[in-house]
Design a protein around this ligand. Structure first.
Ligand SMILES: Cc1cc2nc3c(=O)[nH]c(=O)nc-3n(C[C@H](O)[C@H](O)[C@H](O)COP(=O)(O)OP(=O)(O)OC[C@H]3O[C@@H](n4cnc5c(N)ncnc54)[C@H](O)[C@@H]3O)c2cc1C
Length: 498
Protein backbone atom coordinates (compact mmCIF):
# COMPACT_ATOMS: atom_id res chain seq x y z
CA UNK A 1 0.00 0.00 0.00
CA UNK A 2 1.26 3.48 -0.84
CA UNK A 3 0.53 6.27 1.64
CA UNK A 4 1.55 9.89 1.90
CA UNK A 5 2.28 11.22 5.38
CA UNK A 6 0.75 14.54 4.30
CA UNK A 7 -2.63 12.77 4.07
CA UNK A 8 -2.40 11.10 7.48
CA UNK A 9 -3.77 12.59 10.69
CA UNK A 10 -1.49 14.76 12.79
CA UNK A 11 -0.48 12.60 15.76
CA UNK A 12 -1.13 9.29 13.96
CA UNK A 13 0.83 6.30 15.23
CA UNK A 14 1.70 3.64 12.65
CA UNK A 15 2.76 0.22 13.80
CA UNK A 16 4.25 -2.90 12.28
CA UNK A 17 6.49 -5.85 13.03
CA UNK A 18 9.36 -4.25 11.14
CA UNK A 19 9.93 -0.56 10.47
CA UNK A 20 12.46 0.41 7.80
CA UNK A 21 13.42 4.08 7.51
CA UNK A 22 14.72 5.16 4.10
CA UNK A 23 13.63 3.76 0.74
CA UNK A 24 16.84 3.83 -1.27
CA UNK A 25 18.92 0.88 -2.45
CA UNK A 26 19.20 -0.65 1.02
CA UNK A 27 15.70 0.11 2.37
CA UNK A 28 13.87 -1.10 -0.73
CA UNK A 29 16.00 -4.26 -0.94
CA UNK A 30 15.25 -5.05 2.69
CA UNK A 31 11.50 -4.42 2.31
CA UNK A 32 11.31 -6.66 -0.77
CA UNK A 33 12.48 -9.63 1.31
CA UNK A 34 9.44 -9.37 3.59
CA UNK A 35 6.65 -9.11 1.00
CA UNK A 36 5.39 -12.67 1.55
CA UNK A 37 6.73 -13.17 5.04
CA UNK A 38 3.51 -12.77 6.99
CA UNK A 39 5.14 -9.86 8.84
CA UNK A 40 3.76 -6.35 8.67
CA UNK A 41 6.29 -3.82 7.36
CA UNK A 42 6.43 -0.03 7.39
CA UNK A 43 8.77 1.53 4.84
CA UNK A 44 9.22 5.22 5.62
CA UNK A 45 10.56 7.52 2.93
CA UNK A 46 11.38 11.17 3.61
CA UNK A 47 10.93 12.19 -0.03
CA UNK A 48 8.17 11.69 -2.57
CA UNK A 49 8.00 10.17 -6.03
CA UNK A 50 9.83 13.09 -7.66
CA UNK A 51 12.72 15.29 -6.69
CA UNK A 52 11.42 18.41 -4.95
CA UNK A 53 13.68 21.29 -3.99
CA UNK A 54 12.49 21.86 -0.43
CA UNK A 55 12.76 18.15 0.33
CA UNK A 56 16.18 17.82 -1.29
CA UNK A 57 17.36 20.87 0.69
CA UNK A 58 16.93 18.87 3.89
CA UNK A 59 20.22 17.26 2.83
CA UNK A 60 22.15 20.55 2.75
CA UNK A 61 25.10 20.90 5.11
CA UNK A 62 28.64 22.17 5.29
CA UNK A 63 32.09 20.61 4.81
CA UNK A 64 35.72 21.27 5.51
CA UNK A 65 38.13 21.19 2.58
CA UNK A 66 38.79 19.28 0.41
CA UNK A 67 35.03 18.73 0.26
CA UNK A 68 32.91 21.59 -1.02
CA UNK A 69 30.04 22.87 1.10
CA UNK A 70 27.66 21.59 -1.57
CA UNK A 71 28.86 18.02 -1.09
CA UNK A 72 26.18 16.79 1.37
CA UNK A 73 23.45 18.26 -0.84
CA UNK A 74 24.75 17.17 -4.25
CA UNK A 75 26.09 13.70 -3.56
CA UNK A 76 22.79 12.02 -2.62
CA UNK A 77 19.09 12.24 -3.46
CA UNK A 78 16.08 12.41 -1.17
CA UNK A 79 13.13 10.72 -2.88
CA UNK A 80 11.81 7.20 -3.42
CA UNK A 81 14.74 5.13 -4.69
CA UNK A 82 17.23 7.46 -2.99
CA UNK A 83 20.56 7.98 -4.68
CA UNK A 84 19.90 5.16 -7.17
CA UNK A 85 17.96 7.87 -9.06
CA UNK A 86 21.29 9.05 -10.42
CA UNK A 87 23.81 6.34 -9.72
CA UNK A 88 25.84 4.92 -12.59
CA UNK A 89 25.14 1.33 -11.61
CA UNK A 90 28.70 -0.09 -11.59
CA UNK A 91 28.66 -3.32 -9.58
CA UNK A 92 31.72 -5.13 -8.28
CA UNK A 93 32.32 -7.52 -5.39
CA UNK A 94 34.79 -6.55 -2.68
CA UNK A 95 37.97 -8.68 -2.61
CA UNK A 96 38.69 -11.24 0.13
CA UNK A 97 41.52 -9.02 1.44
CA UNK A 98 39.05 -6.20 2.03
CA UNK A 99 37.53 -8.25 4.86
CA UNK A 100 40.75 -9.23 6.60
CA UNK A 101 42.57 -7.49 9.42
CA UNK A 102 45.89 -6.18 8.02
CA UNK A 103 48.45 -4.96 10.51
CA UNK A 104 49.52 -2.18 8.11
CA UNK A 105 45.94 -0.85 7.73
CA UNK A 106 44.76 0.55 11.08
CA UNK A 107 41.29 -0.55 12.17
CA UNK A 108 40.95 -2.97 9.26
CA UNK A 109 39.04 -6.25 9.43
CA UNK A 110 35.37 -7.14 9.16
CA UNK A 111 33.68 -9.53 11.61
CA UNK A 112 33.40 -12.12 8.83
CA UNK A 113 35.16 -13.20 5.63
CA UNK A 114 34.00 -12.59 2.09
CA UNK A 115 32.78 -16.18 1.82
CA UNK A 116 29.99 -15.20 4.22
CA UNK A 117 28.68 -12.71 1.65
CA UNK A 118 29.05 -14.95 -1.39
CA UNK A 119 25.46 -16.30 -1.45
CA UNK A 120 24.16 -12.82 -0.77
CA UNK A 121 26.15 -11.35 -3.66
CA UNK A 122 24.44 -13.93 -5.89
CA UNK A 123 21.02 -12.79 -4.70
CA UNK A 124 22.10 -9.13 -4.90
CA UNK A 125 22.75 -9.61 -8.62
CA UNK A 126 19.04 -10.34 -9.13
CA UNK A 127 18.03 -7.27 -7.14
CA UNK A 128 20.45 -5.08 -9.13
CA UNK A 129 19.37 -6.66 -12.44
CA UNK A 130 22.81 -7.94 -13.44
CA UNK A 131 24.32 -11.35 -14.20
CA UNK A 132 25.84 -13.40 -11.39
CA UNK A 133 29.12 -11.72 -10.43
CA UNK A 134 32.58 -13.09 -11.12
CA UNK A 135 34.25 -13.67 -7.77
CA UNK A 136 37.60 -14.69 -9.16
CA UNK A 137 39.90 -12.94 -11.56
CA UNK A 138 38.81 -12.98 -15.17
CA UNK A 139 41.26 -13.60 -18.01
CA UNK A 140 43.72 -15.50 -15.79
CA UNK A 141 45.97 -16.27 -18.76
CA UNK A 142 46.60 -12.62 -19.58
CA UNK A 143 48.50 -12.07 -16.36
CA UNK A 144 49.41 -15.64 -15.53
CA UNK A 145 51.89 -15.83 -12.66
CA UNK A 146 51.75 -12.08 -12.44
CA UNK A 147 51.26 -9.67 -9.61
CA UNK A 148 48.18 -8.28 -11.36
CA UNK A 149 44.60 -9.53 -11.15
CA UNK A 150 41.77 -8.53 -13.45
CA UNK A 151 38.23 -8.08 -12.19
CA UNK A 152 35.11 -7.57 -14.21
CA UNK A 153 32.57 -4.88 -13.35
CA UNK A 154 28.98 -4.92 -14.48
CA UNK A 155 26.90 -1.82 -14.89
CA UNK A 156 23.16 -1.44 -14.92
CA UNK A 157 21.77 1.74 -13.43
CA UNK A 158 18.57 0.27 -12.05
CA UNK A 159 16.39 3.00 -10.54
CA UNK A 160 15.11 1.19 -7.47
CA UNK A 161 12.13 3.50 -6.92
CA UNK A 162 10.79 3.16 -10.45
CA UNK A 163 11.51 -0.55 -10.82
CA UNK A 164 10.18 -1.73 -7.45
CA UNK A 165 7.41 0.77 -6.73
CA UNK A 166 4.58 -1.41 -8.07
CA UNK A 167 5.71 -4.47 -6.12
CA UNK A 168 5.90 -2.43 -2.93
CA UNK A 169 2.52 -0.80 -3.55
CA UNK A 170 0.75 -4.07 -4.15
CA UNK A 171 2.14 -5.96 -1.17
CA UNK A 172 -0.76 -6.36 1.29
CA UNK A 173 1.35 -6.39 4.46
CA UNK A 174 3.58 -3.46 3.52
CA UNK A 175 2.89 0.24 3.86
CA UNK A 176 5.23 2.53 1.99
CA UNK A 177 4.79 6.01 3.47
CA UNK A 178 6.15 8.92 1.43
CA UNK A 179 7.12 12.32 2.85
CA UNK A 180 7.58 10.68 6.26
CA UNK A 181 10.79 12.20 7.60
CA UNK A 182 12.35 10.49 10.58
CA UNK A 183 13.32 13.28 12.97
CA UNK A 184 14.23 11.33 16.09
CA UNK A 185 15.07 7.82 17.19
CA UNK A 186 13.13 7.76 20.46
CA UNK A 187 14.78 5.49 23.02
CA UNK A 188 13.04 4.17 26.10
CA UNK A 189 14.21 5.70 29.38
CA UNK A 190 16.63 2.82 30.00
CA UNK A 191 18.15 3.60 26.56
CA UNK A 192 18.26 -0.12 25.81
CA UNK A 193 15.62 -0.18 23.04
CA UNK A 194 13.82 2.06 20.57
CA UNK A 195 10.24 2.91 21.47
CA UNK A 196 9.36 4.71 18.28
CA UNK A 197 10.63 6.81 15.44
CA UNK A 198 9.27 10.35 15.48
CA UNK A 199 8.18 11.47 12.04
CA UNK A 200 7.44 14.88 10.56
CA UNK A 201 6.24 16.34 7.30
CA UNK A 202 7.38 19.63 5.88
CA UNK A 203 3.75 20.78 6.17
CA UNK A 204 4.02 20.56 9.97
CA UNK A 205 2.43 17.20 10.81
CA UNK A 206 3.95 15.03 13.52
CA UNK A 207 3.51 11.25 13.52
CA UNK A 208 5.19 8.20 15.02
CA UNK A 209 6.17 4.69 13.93
CA UNK A 210 6.31 1.75 16.36
CA UNK A 211 7.64 -1.72 15.68
CA UNK A 212 9.37 -4.74 17.15
CA UNK A 213 12.50 -4.00 15.12
CA UNK A 214 13.69 -0.81 13.49
CA UNK A 215 16.19 -0.46 10.66
CA UNK A 216 17.73 2.86 9.64
CA UNK A 217 18.61 2.78 5.92
CA UNK A 218 19.03 6.53 5.47
CA UNK A 219 22.30 6.47 3.51
CA UNK A 220 26.00 6.71 4.34
CA UNK A 221 25.80 10.18 5.93
CA UNK A 222 22.28 10.35 7.32
CA UNK A 223 22.51 7.15 9.38
CA UNK A 224 25.24 8.83 11.45
CA UNK A 225 23.42 12.15 11.59
CA UNK A 226 20.17 10.57 12.80
CA UNK A 227 21.96 8.82 15.68
CA UNK A 228 23.75 12.05 16.61
CA UNK A 229 20.68 14.31 16.57
CA UNK A 230 18.67 11.83 18.69
CA UNK A 231 20.33 13.05 21.87
CA UNK A 232 17.46 13.53 24.30
CA UNK A 233 17.93 10.29 26.28
CA UNK A 234 21.67 9.94 25.85
CA UNK A 235 23.35 13.30 25.51
CA UNK A 236 25.93 12.14 22.96
CA UNK A 237 23.34 10.50 20.74
CA UNK A 238 22.14 6.95 20.17
CA UNK A 239 24.84 4.25 20.25
CA UNK A 240 27.55 6.84 20.83
CA UNK A 241 28.80 5.98 24.32
CA UNK A 242 32.32 5.52 22.92
CA UNK A 243 32.35 8.61 20.69
CA UNK A 244 32.38 6.52 17.51
CA UNK A 245 29.24 7.64 15.68
CA UNK A 246 30.20 9.63 12.61
CA UNK A 247 33.88 8.64 12.82
CA UNK A 248 35.81 6.52 10.32
CA UNK A 249 33.74 8.06 7.54
CA UNK A 250 35.11 7.33 4.05
CA UNK A 251 34.69 8.12 0.37
CA UNK A 252 36.57 6.87 -2.65
CA UNK A 253 38.95 9.12 -4.47
CA UNK A 254 40.50 8.59 -7.87
CA UNK A 255 43.67 9.99 -9.41
CA UNK A 256 43.36 10.20 -13.19
CA UNK A 257 47.11 10.55 -13.57
CA UNK A 258 48.29 7.59 -15.55
CA UNK A 259 48.23 6.40 -19.12
CA UNK A 260 48.62 2.97 -20.60
CA UNK A 261 49.63 2.06 -24.11
CA UNK A 262 49.09 -1.45 -25.37
CA UNK A 263 49.43 -3.10 -28.74
CA UNK A 264 46.64 -4.41 -30.92
CA UNK A 265 47.12 -7.88 -29.53
CA UNK A 266 46.14 -6.80 -26.02
CA UNK A 267 43.49 -4.29 -26.87
CA UNK A 268 40.96 -6.04 -24.60
CA UNK A 269 43.03 -4.87 -21.67
CA UNK A 270 41.96 -1.28 -22.12
CA UNK A 271 38.50 -1.82 -23.53
CA UNK A 272 36.06 0.22 -21.51
CA UNK A 273 32.31 -0.15 -21.61
CA UNK A 274 30.03 1.79 -19.25
CA UNK A 275 27.90 -1.32 -18.80
CA UNK A 276 30.91 -3.29 -17.61
CA UNK A 277 34.65 -3.00 -17.80
CA UNK A 278 37.81 -4.31 -16.25
CA UNK A 279 39.46 -3.23 -13.07
CA UNK A 280 43.04 -4.27 -12.43
CA UNK A 281 44.65 -4.56 -9.04
CA UNK A 282 47.72 -6.02 -7.38
CA UNK A 283 47.19 -9.47 -5.96
CA UNK A 284 47.03 -10.09 -2.24
CA UNK A 285 50.51 -11.47 -1.83
CA UNK A 286 52.05 -8.34 -3.39
CA UNK A 287 49.86 -6.07 -1.28
CA UNK A 288 51.07 -7.91 1.82
CA UNK A 289 54.72 -7.84 0.78
CA UNK A 290 54.71 -4.09 0.10
CA UNK A 291 52.21 -3.28 2.86
CA UNK A 292 49.85 -1.56 0.45
CA UNK A 293 46.15 -0.90 0.73
CA UNK A 294 43.92 -2.34 -1.95
CA UNK A 295 43.99 -0.10 -5.02
CA UNK A 296 42.09 -0.45 -8.27
CA UNK A 297 43.32 0.63 -11.69
CA UNK A 298 40.31 1.63 -13.69
CA UNK A 299 40.23 2.81 -17.26
CA UNK A 300 38.50 6.11 -17.76
CA UNK A 301 35.48 6.86 -19.78
CA UNK A 302 37.37 8.57 -22.61
CA UNK A 303 37.61 7.48 -26.23
CA UNK A 304 40.20 4.88 -27.02
CA UNK A 305 42.92 6.54 -29.07
CA UNK A 306 44.46 4.37 -31.77
CA UNK A 307 47.95 4.49 -33.18
CA UNK A 308 49.21 6.92 -30.60
CA UNK A 309 52.80 5.91 -30.11
CA UNK A 310 53.80 9.48 -30.87
CA UNK A 311 51.12 11.06 -28.73
CA UNK A 312 52.26 9.01 -25.80
CA UNK A 313 55.90 9.85 -26.30
CA UNK A 314 55.07 13.54 -26.55
CA UNK A 315 53.26 13.32 -23.26
CA UNK A 316 55.85 14.58 -20.77
CA UNK A 317 54.54 12.19 -18.16
CA UNK A 318 56.19 9.30 -19.92
CA UNK A 319 59.75 10.29 -19.09
CA UNK A 320 58.97 10.65 -15.41
CA UNK A 321 58.55 6.93 -15.14
CA UNK A 322 62.25 6.28 -15.71
CA UNK A 323 63.66 6.72 -12.17
CA UNK A 324 61.04 4.45 -10.71
CA UNK A 325 61.75 1.72 -13.17
CA UNK A 326 65.43 1.81 -12.25
CA UNK A 327 64.47 0.67 -8.74
CA UNK A 328 62.85 -2.39 -10.20
CA UNK A 329 65.93 -3.27 -12.23
CA UNK A 330 64.32 -2.51 -15.57
CA UNK A 331 65.91 0.04 -17.84
CA UNK A 332 63.02 1.95 -19.34
CA UNK A 333 64.54 2.61 -22.75
CA UNK A 334 65.72 -0.87 -23.46
CA UNK A 335 63.20 -3.10 -21.84
CA UNK A 336 60.00 -1.19 -22.21
CA UNK A 337 60.53 0.14 -25.69
CA UNK A 338 62.10 -3.14 -26.64
CA UNK A 339 58.94 -4.93 -25.74
CA UNK A 340 57.06 -2.90 -28.23
CA UNK A 341 59.58 -3.67 -30.93
CA UNK A 342 58.15 -7.13 -30.96
CA UNK A 343 54.86 -5.63 -32.08
CA UNK A 344 56.29 -3.02 -34.39
CA UNK A 345 53.56 -3.54 -36.95
CA UNK A 346 50.75 -3.54 -34.44
CA UNK A 347 48.47 -0.62 -33.85
CA UNK A 348 48.92 0.91 -30.45
CA UNK A 349 46.09 1.83 -28.15
CA UNK A 350 46.28 4.50 -25.52
CA UNK A 351 43.99 5.21 -22.64
CA UNK A 352 44.06 7.24 -19.46
CA UNK A 353 43.33 5.43 -16.29
CA UNK A 354 42.76 6.23 -12.65
CA UNK A 355 44.32 4.90 -9.51
CA UNK A 356 41.60 4.18 -6.97
CA UNK A 357 43.10 3.45 -3.56
CA UNK A 358 41.01 2.19 -0.71
CA UNK A 359 40.70 4.88 1.94
CA UNK A 360 42.64 4.11 5.09
CA UNK A 361 40.12 4.33 7.96
CA UNK A 362 40.77 7.11 10.44
CA UNK A 363 38.68 8.48 13.31
CA UNK A 364 39.44 12.04 12.18
CA UNK A 365 37.42 11.59 9.02
CA UNK A 366 33.89 12.14 10.20
CA UNK A 367 30.28 13.17 9.98
CA UNK A 368 29.56 15.77 12.65
CA UNK A 369 26.76 18.21 13.36
CA UNK A 370 27.08 21.83 12.25
CA UNK A 371 25.45 24.86 13.80
CA UNK A 372 22.72 25.53 11.20
CA UNK A 373 19.38 23.76 11.60
CA UNK A 374 16.98 22.29 9.06
CA UNK A 375 13.22 23.13 9.03
CA UNK A 376 12.60 20.38 11.62
CA UNK A 377 15.03 22.05 14.03
CA UNK A 378 17.66 19.32 13.54
CA UNK A 379 21.29 20.36 13.26
CA UNK A 380 22.55 20.04 9.72
CA UNK A 381 25.47 17.85 8.87
CA UNK A 382 29.09 19.02 8.80
CA UNK A 383 31.59 16.80 6.95
CA UNK A 384 35.29 16.43 7.71
CA UNK A 385 37.04 14.19 5.21
CA UNK A 386 40.57 13.27 6.11
CA UNK A 387 42.80 10.94 4.15
CA UNK A 388 46.02 9.63 5.70
CA UNK A 389 49.08 10.49 3.53
CA UNK A 390 49.84 6.78 3.30
CA UNK A 391 47.16 6.71 0.62
CA UNK A 392 49.53 8.57 -1.75
CA UNK A 393 52.27 6.04 -1.14
CA UNK A 394 49.95 3.20 -2.03
CA UNK A 395 48.73 4.85 -5.21
CA UNK A 396 52.28 5.60 -6.29
CA UNK A 397 53.72 2.18 -5.48
CA UNK A 398 50.78 0.42 -7.11
CA UNK A 399 51.38 2.38 -10.30
CA UNK A 400 55.09 1.52 -10.25
CA UNK A 401 54.51 -2.19 -9.74
CA UNK A 402 51.79 -2.25 -12.37
CA UNK A 403 54.07 -0.54 -14.88
CA UNK A 404 56.91 -2.89 -14.09
CA UNK A 405 54.77 -5.99 -14.55
CA UNK A 406 53.11 -4.81 -17.72
CA UNK A 407 56.44 -3.88 -19.28
CA UNK A 408 58.10 -7.13 -18.28
CA UNK A 409 55.35 -9.07 -20.00
CA UNK A 410 55.45 -6.99 -23.13
CA UNK A 411 51.80 -6.12 -22.69
CA UNK A 412 52.23 -2.38 -22.75
CA UNK A 413 53.74 0.70 -21.22
CA UNK A 414 52.48 2.85 -18.41
CA UNK A 415 53.15 6.51 -17.87
CA UNK A 416 52.37 8.04 -14.52
CA UNK A 417 52.52 11.70 -13.70
CA UNK A 418 53.96 11.36 -10.22
CA UNK A 419 54.19 15.11 -9.73
CA UNK A 420 50.48 15.38 -10.38
CA UNK A 421 49.86 12.53 -7.99
CA UNK A 422 51.82 14.23 -5.18
CA UNK A 423 49.95 17.48 -5.61
CA UNK A 424 46.57 15.95 -6.31
CA UNK A 425 43.58 17.40 -4.51
CA UNK A 426 41.37 14.51 -3.61
CA UNK A 427 38.16 14.45 -5.59
CA UNK A 428 35.37 12.59 -3.82
CA UNK A 429 33.64 9.72 -5.57
CA UNK A 430 30.22 10.15 -3.85
CA UNK A 431 30.55 6.75 -2.20
CA UNK A 432 29.62 7.47 1.41
CA UNK A 433 30.91 4.76 3.74
CA UNK A 434 31.63 4.35 7.44
CA UNK A 435 30.39 6.55 10.29
CA UNK A 436 28.68 3.67 12.09
CA UNK A 437 31.36 1.03 11.66
CA UNK A 438 30.79 -2.64 12.40
CA UNK A 439 32.89 -4.34 15.07
CA UNK A 440 32.07 -7.05 17.64
CA UNK A 441 33.58 -4.90 20.42
CA UNK A 442 31.34 -1.92 21.36
CA UNK A 443 34.46 0.15 22.07
CA UNK A 444 35.54 -0.26 18.47
CA UNK A 445 32.29 -0.27 16.55
CA UNK A 446 28.81 1.22 16.59
CA UNK A 447 27.08 -1.94 15.32
CA UNK A 448 27.84 -5.60 15.92
CA UNK A 449 28.40 -8.24 13.24
CA UNK A 450 24.63 -8.41 12.58
CA UNK A 451 24.44 -4.63 12.12
CA UNK A 452 22.61 -4.10 15.42
CA UNK A 453 23.52 -0.94 17.34
CA UNK A 454 25.49 -2.39 20.25
CA UNK A 455 23.60 -0.84 23.12
CA UNK A 456 20.10 -0.98 21.60
CA UNK A 457 18.25 -4.29 21.46
CA UNK A 458 15.97 -3.57 18.47
CA UNK A 459 17.83 -1.05 16.28
CA UNK A 460 19.72 -2.10 13.13
CA UNK A 461 21.54 -0.13 10.44
CA UNK A 462 21.56 -0.97 6.73
CA UNK A 463 23.88 0.53 4.13
CA UNK A 464 27.53 1.38 3.75
CA UNK A 465 27.71 3.36 7.01
CA UNK A 466 28.54 0.03 8.67
CA UNK A 467 31.54 -0.72 6.42
CA UNK A 468 34.74 -0.86 8.52
CA UNK A 469 36.91 -0.49 5.41
CA UNK A 470 36.11 0.75 1.94
CA UNK A 471 37.89 -1.39 -0.69
CA UNK A 472 38.35 0.40 -4.04
CA UNK A 473 35.20 -1.27 -5.39
CA UNK A 474 31.94 0.63 -5.78
CA UNK A 475 29.93 0.11 -2.60
CA UNK A 476 26.34 -0.50 -3.62
CA UNK A 477 26.64 -4.14 -4.65
CA UNK A 478 28.10 -4.89 -1.22
CA UNK A 479 25.35 -2.77 0.39
CA UNK A 480 22.80 -5.01 -1.32
CA UNK A 481 24.57 -8.21 -0.24
CA UNK A 482 24.85 -6.97 3.35
CA UNK A 483 21.18 -5.95 3.33
CA UNK A 484 20.11 -9.41 2.17
CA UNK A 485 22.18 -10.91 4.95
CA UNK A 486 20.46 -8.59 7.44
CA UNK A 487 17.05 -9.56 6.00
CA UNK A 488 17.74 -13.24 6.71
CA UNK A 489 18.80 -12.44 10.23
CA UNK A 490 15.74 -10.25 10.92
CA UNK A 491 13.37 -12.85 9.44
CA UNK A 492 14.72 -15.41 11.85
CA UNK A 493 14.64 -12.99 14.79
CA UNK A 494 11.03 -11.95 14.07
CA UNK A 495 10.14 -15.61 13.59
CA UNK A 496 11.51 -16.44 17.04
CA UNK A 497 9.63 -13.56 18.62
CA UNK A 498 6.27 -14.28 16.92
C1 LIG B 1 26.47 10.44 -9.11
C2 LIG B 1 26.57 9.15 -8.35
C3 LIG B 1 26.94 7.98 -9.01
C4 LIG B 1 27.05 6.78 -8.31
N1 LIG B 1 27.40 5.65 -9.00
C5 LIG B 1 27.57 4.50 -8.31
C6 LIG B 1 27.98 3.31 -8.99
O1 LIG B 1 28.17 3.30 -10.21
N2 LIG B 1 28.15 2.18 -8.26
C7 LIG B 1 27.93 2.16 -6.91
O2 LIG B 1 28.14 1.11 -6.30
N3 LIG B 1 27.51 3.26 -6.25
C8 LIG B 1 27.32 4.42 -6.91
N4 LIG B 1 26.90 5.54 -6.24
C9 LIG B 1 26.56 5.42 -4.79
C10 LIG B 1 25.15 4.83 -4.61
O3 LIG B 1 24.20 5.68 -5.16
C11 LIG B 1 24.91 4.62 -3.12
O4 LIG B 1 25.92 3.76 -2.61
C12 LIG B 1 23.56 3.98 -2.81
O5 LIG B 1 22.50 4.68 -3.38
C13 LIG B 1 23.38 3.94 -1.29
O6 LIG B 1 22.17 3.30 -0.98
P1 LIG B 1 21.43 3.63 0.38
O7 LIG B 1 20.10 2.95 0.33
O8 LIG B 1 22.32 3.34 1.52
O9 LIG B 1 21.24 5.22 0.36
P2 LIG B 1 20.27 6.08 -0.61
O10 LIG B 1 20.14 5.40 -1.93
O11 LIG B 1 20.82 7.45 -0.59
O12 LIG B 1 18.88 6.00 0.13
C14 LIG B 1 18.62 6.63 1.36
C15 LIG B 1 17.10 6.91 1.44
O13 LIG B 1 16.78 7.41 2.72
C16 LIG B 1 15.89 8.49 2.59
N5 LIG B 1 16.04 9.35 3.78
C17 LIG B 1 17.13 10.06 4.14
N6 LIG B 1 16.91 10.69 5.30
C18 LIG B 1 15.67 10.36 5.70
C19 LIG B 1 14.89 10.64 6.85
N7 LIG B 1 15.34 11.42 7.83
N8 LIG B 1 13.65 10.10 6.95
C20 LIG B 1 13.16 9.27 5.99
N9 LIG B 1 13.86 8.97 4.87
C21 LIG B 1 15.11 9.50 4.73
C22 LIG B 1 16.31 9.17 1.31
O14 LIG B 1 15.28 9.97 0.78
C23 LIG B 1 16.65 7.96 0.44
O15 LIG B 1 15.52 7.49 -0.27
C24 LIG B 1 26.77 6.75 -6.91
C25 LIG B 1 26.39 7.92 -6.24
C26 LIG B 1 26.31 9.12 -6.95
C27 LIG B 1 25.91 10.36 -6.20
Amino acid sequence: MLLDANDLDHGAVLDADLCIAGAGAAGITLALQFLDSGRSVLLLEGGGLKRETDVQNLYAGTSDEPLADGYPLMSRLRLLGGTTNHWIGACLTFDPIDFTARDWVPDSGWPFERSELRPYYMRAAEVAGISPPAFDDVDPTLFEGSMIGVKQTQGHARRFGEVYREQLEEAPALRLVLNANVVRVALGQDAGSVEQLDLATLGGKRLAARAKCFVLALGGIENSRMLLVSDDVQSTGVGNAHDLVGRYWMDHSGFPVAAVCVSDRDRTLVTYRPQGGRVLRLNEEIQRRHRLVNCGLMFNHVPLIEDTRHALLRDGAWQRLAPYLEDSGIRPESSLLGRFDRHRDDKLYYRRFSLLPEQIPTPDSRVTLGTAEDPFGLRRVHMQWSLPPETYRTARKTAELFAEDLGRRGLGRVAVDFDALEGAVYQPGFHHMGGTRMHPDPRQGVVDGQCRVHSVANLYLAGSSVFPTSSYANPTFTILAMTLRLADYLASRLGREA
